[in-house]
Design a binder for this molecule. Sequence first.
Ligand SMILES: [Zn+2]
Length: 69
Amino acid sequence: MTLIFTATSLIIAYALRCWAFPYGKCLWCIGDGIRGGTYCRRCRGEGHRVRLGRRAYEYIRREHHNGTR
Ligand SMILES: [Zn+2]
């Protein structure tokens, strides 16, 4: 029971963080925007990227919006 509670808390905390701070540091260039002497392709040289959770949130919101129209 404690495990389920902990897991739920972690998921809620992660979801809140994705909602409040949609952009995370790019893991490939560690926020520099440059990797191996050239622009980081993962973040297009911006040094940050949209969190996976945020993408999921936007996907769900879009699907909901389309479904309730
Ligand atoms: Zn990057």
